[in-house]
Design a protein around this ligand. Structure first.
Ligand code: HPA
Length: 294
């Protein structure tokens, strides 16, 4: 492991102690626009905000640079079970010019500071009109076509030598089926349209051409975005349990949606759906915490 990662893990543990919480049981990454929910809504009854931390405080990380990605962690403790969920508002991306290993630092360090379960969310373009704008797609699997992988280089190891996972980690079940099913039930109960599908991760930052969208759809892929796959790879390597969720913010280019796709449109859809999604995540967290054995 790199020294800044080791220092970041120590800092997280120190912060958990200072906030008076145990290492969070669940870490939810809120992608494009979804973190804005916290501007207009707060946690439901039964939860306490115990602390906040900006990405920029972790050695080697800088604040997020993309609008809609505020770059902070919020730690909410569930009063009844005393378990904590971390909401990560925003993330870093490869298209910002950052190496994969830096992009995944937030979740790598959270995992190694004691968190075992993660939900990775993003905004994505639908590759089929069957997945409507404003609906949610639970990730069954992904295709990493970014051309990069966060495990390139020496296999990450703790200081002293022990590796954190296999050199060639298995990726046969990246997204945990039972966690996904439980999450799906929560979303449906809250009246949100839910499908399951395969997410295609590209580097960006340009959106796809109509020909690319047509090709990816023919390959049987369901939604396309510019994040998530690196975090999923490193977390599986480390043995974490993960679920993934795309908010369908637009139809893929050429599928009959907007003629001129732009980031503002993606953020606008995120904003509309954000409160419902975040409230559902609090309910999902409560259920995970009160049924700890599952
Ligand atoms: N393509 C790639 N990334 C995206 C899209 C898209 O259509 N929408 C939101 N993120």
């Amino acid at each position: 492991m790199k020294s800044n990662e080791v220092e970041s893990i120590a800092l997280l543990k120190k912060k958990y102690a200072a906030f008076g919480i145990s290492p969070p049981s669940l870490h939810i990454v809120l992608g494009s626009g979804l973190g804005v929910a916290f501007e207009t809504t707060d946690a439901p009854k039964g939860w306490d905000l115990r602390g906040e931390l900006s990405f920029g405080e972790l050695p080697g990380l800088k604040a997020a640079t993309v609008p809609g990605h505020s770059g902070i962690f919020k730690y909410y403790e569930h009063q009844e079970t005393k378990k904590t969920v971390t909401f990560q508002l925003g993330r870093l991306h490869g298209y910002e010019g950052l190496p994969a290993r830096q992009v995944i630092q937030t979740v790598l360090c959270a995992k190694l500071a004691g968190t075992e379960r993660f939900v990775l969310t993003n905004a994505a373009g639908s590759l089929s009109t069957k997945f409507p704008v404003g609906s949610v797609m639970l990730l069954k699997d992904h295709v990493n076509m970014t051309g990069h992988n966060p495990l390139v280089g020496p296999n990450p190891a703790v200081p002293g030598g022990q590796v954190l996972g296999p050199r060639f980690p298995d990726m046969s079940e990246v997204y945990d089926e039972t966690m996904r099913n439980r999450m799906g039930v929560c979303f449906k109960k809250n009246g949100i349209v839910v499908n399951e599908g395969v997410y295609l991760g590209l580097l960006g930052p340009s959106f796809e051409t109509p020909s690319e969208v047509a090709l990816f759809a023919r390959w049987g892929l369901d939604a396309v975005g510019m994040s998530t796959v690196w975090e999923a790879i490193i977390l599986r390597h480390l043995g974490a349990k993960i679920a993934g969720l795309s908010l369908i913010s637009n139809l893929g280019c050429g599928l009959g949606g907007s003629k001129n796709l732009n980031h503002e449109e993606v953020l606008e859809e995120g904003k509309k759906a954000a409160v419902g999604i975040v409230q559902t995540f609090f309910e999902f967290s409560r259920q995970e915490f009160t049924n700890a054995s599952r």
